[in-house]
Design a binder for this molecule. Structure first.
Ligand SMILES: Cc1ncc(COP(=O)(O)O)c(C=O)c1O
Length: 388
């Protein structure tokens, strides 16, 4: 907080910034890695925050990086020529797969028969054999979570019944070495017990296929999807209980590597988004604060339709010859500066005091903040992006 105050005190213009604390990021990731069982290969899913500084900070700690595009492959290779890269995503094109081969991607998560055919063909042309996990869209029940990518009709992965039909025909892809399966099924799961149950099901299903189809099976990727609490009443995911349960589970499967590819849980906590209140007003009986910023910088709250957690940083200076509007002990809706009623970051939240010129500090803004937002809509200046 002290560093945020120092930053704010130095600003000459309206404050609008993301501040990322790289020390807290590395301490946090180390605290996640320490209790994990040895068999876990921990990838960081860079889609959550792919800034070079973040990748450099995480590089010495994580096993590898999970990417979902050619651009992300290039970002990873810009910080390391050798770190393992796992390449996922439902839309891998010939152009992307060609670039992936050129950049020595280590593992491909393939999501359809056509992706398998494309990669096999390209690898054959180059005389290479590449390691692959097949991404499964399972038929079995999955835990509840904020977003569900599988276990139902989505564009992700290969449907379980179709996959089972393909497993006896893997020899049709001589340049793909299928070494396991990939299950990224849910996002923002806050319950460690259901996460463990899902992992157990992923592993036992993969082992059953190994036996049934006489497959090589070294790795089961259990995805990311560990949740972050954005609402006060939510109970946080208990990482230490999760690691204990995972250690007990993996003792039953000593031959397997488990890969994880977490994004949100790694980088959410390292960032805050600061936005100055530019106006406070009343409209049709409700209070609104308009911010220098909004969902073109920080789309997460409007995308998930939640009230994003925030603090008010009070500022005493008001060097103008006109009245400073303010609210006291009243509910307020925090809006961005865009010309759309969808630009809302928190709705009807009671604040003790809020004035034009104060600053809203949105917490847990390090993941899926700037990186999922439509930065140039209305051509407002971009926020400053500061790395402590
Ligand atoms: C394939 C895949 N892996 C990993 C992740 C990271 O998920 P999370 O940030 O929820 O951990 C995502 C997120 O969308 C994904 O699509």
């Amino acid at each position: 907080m002290e560093k945020i105050n120092e930053y704010v005190a130095k600003q000459q213009q309206e404050v609008c910034a993301f501040i990322y604390d790289l020390n807290s990021l590395t301490e946090h990731v180390q605290s996640l890695l320490n209790p994990l069982p040895e068999a876990v290969q921990f990838y960081y899913a860079i889609k959550a925050n792919s800034d070079e500084q973040v990748l450099r900070a995480l590089l010495p700690h994580v096993y590898g990086f999970e990417v979902a595009s050619m651009g992300e492959i290039e970002k990873v290779r810009a910080v390391s020529e050798t770190v393992p890269i796992a390449f996922g995503g439902p839309g891998k094109t010939i152009t992307e797969l060609t670039a992936a081969l050129a950049h020595n991607v280590t593992l491909y998560h393939l999501e359809s028969q056509l992706q398998m055919q494309r990669l096999n063909w390209l690898a054959q042309e180059q005389g290479k054999t590449v390691e692959v996990l097949l991404r499964v869209n399972p038929s079995f029940a999955l835990p509840d979570a904020t977003l569900q990518m599988a276990g139902k009709a989505t564009q992700f992965g290969i449907e379980q019944s179709e996959l089972e039909g393909m497993l006896s025909e893997l020899s049709r892809y001589p340049n793909l070495r299928v070494v396991g399966f990939h299950f990224h099924c849910i996002s923002n799961n806050l319950q460690e017990n259901t996460q463990i149950k899902a992992i157990e099901k992923y592993i036992t299903t993969a082992l059953q296929w190994q036996q049934q189809y006489d497959l090589e099976l070294s790795t089961v990727n259990v995805g990311g999807g560990i949740g972050v609490t954005y609402q006060e009443q939510q109970r946080p995911f208990d990482w230490s209980s999760y690691c204990e349960q995972l250690s007990a589970l993996l003792k039953r499967f000593p031959e397997l590597n488990i890969a994880m590819e977490c994004g949100r849980f790694v980088s959410a906590y390292c960032g805050v988004y600061l936005a100055e209140v530019t106006d406070v007003k009343r409209n049709h009986g409700e209070n609104f604060a308009v911010l220098r910023g909004g969902n073109h910088h920080f789309r997460l709250p409007s995308s998930w339709q939640h009230n994003h957690p925030f603090r008010v940083l009070a500022r005493e200076e008001w060097p103008y010859p006109f009245t400073r509007p303010e609210l006291n002990d009243a509910p307020v809706t925090l809006c961005g500066e865009l010309c759309t009623p969808k630009d809302v970051l928190a709705k009807g939240v009671v604040v003790e005091r809020l004035r034009a010129g104060d600053i809203i500090v949105f917490e847990k803004a390090g993941a899926y903040g700037w990186h999922i937002s439509h930065h140039d809509f209305l051509s407002h200046p971009h926020p400053q992006r500061v790395y402590l």
